[in-house]
Design a protein around this ligand. Sequence first.
Ligand code: PLP
Length: 436
Amino acid sequence: MNGCSRSPWIHLRTVLDRYHFSFKRLNTPRVNAPMKRCKSSRKDMLNQRPLARHIIMRFSTKAIHAGQDPDPATGSVTVPVYLTSTYMQVKPGREGKYVYSRTANPTRNALEQSLAALEDGKVGLAFSSGLAATTTVLMLLQKGDHVVAGDDIYGGTYRLFDQVLRNYGLQFTYVDPRSPDKVEKAVRKNTKLIWIETPTNPLMRVVDIRAISKIAKKNHAMIVVDNTFASPYLQNPLKLGADISVHSTTKYLGGHSDLIGGAAITADADTGKRLKFLQNAVGAVPGPLDCWLVLRGIKTLAVRMDRHNSNAKQISEFLLKQPKVDQVYYPGLSDHPQRDIVKRQMRGYGGMLSFELKGGFRECEKLLTKLSIFTLAESLGGVESLIEHPASMTHASIPRQRRLEKGIKDTLIRMSVGIEDVEDLVEDLRRGFKGL
Ligand code: PLP
């Protein structure tokens, strides 16, 4: 049967072929005669094209092509948004590749392949939020298991660990992960997981992933790295010994502040299998449209990160010169305390920075309400510059005393530097600092 015909039957067959249905050749009447100039079907042509997945690609090429071959049914260059919850089956008990969209969906599948490629992993899994990814990863543990976690992690992760998962019999100890000794001392017989974030939120501390991975391996515990702040463009935890890399795709991977999503990627097939089971069993999966938005964001990740990086570096240098600024925290500064680790494990510094303002909360409030381009908002990693006050916003869920012990003062301000013209960002800040 010639695929150049526009017969609806052939179109249906082309689509269903993708789901591994088999067909007997039937004597169906042709509705349209085949176009003469077509020698082979679209599907044949697509099958003849060497697939990008068989080629070794560099980062930006992977970001655009990995998991994103043209759609076999239509040739669509972008992955279609498969807005479906379920899939037709030919016979009871004879399933195709897709059965139900909580378990798998072609758009999500494309995103998951892309995520795995970007982190050099084997299995990538997408979730409905960063915290959904974290929750599902923690479901790998059993009641009575112990977790050593960094003491400078995202406030929502801390809240999940301390106010939710603790009630289900998991135990947590928080230590400063900049000291591998402290991490090792906190490990117990029942320690099954070490959780770190680097660079940390909001103090931009850097943790030596390789050193902590060695401790985890020695103690037969898993190490999970929240790689949200760096993104896979700047840092690949799996290559440094981590078992799982977790992301809030809401941030740099999505990149446009228009979705909520999460990801977990592993290079270990068995861990991937267990996580895949949990992804389906727990059910915190993203919808296909959100998956598509993340895929679109990923295509420009490299160029966006380069610009975030150079803008943030220039802003950090501007802030250092401000008499009203006490301290600037940015991994790209030459006096960053873990500069050697930054150079070893990161390929750039990212768009996140924090600084302490002289004075008190009133000064912070004054500055934050005088800016026109920086938007006062939580979140990070989008093309637009955001600014926030961790003590009253992102980290308000941490009790004040604990927050202060961790070094998050009431005068700390955090910025997610966007990709606008840096001169406009500097002028905005200059106007803000005037009259403080
Ligand atoms: N990890 C980090 C470092 C974050 O900053 C956030 C959110 O801000 C999360 C995880 C949670 O992600 P989500 O908001 O997508 O659940």
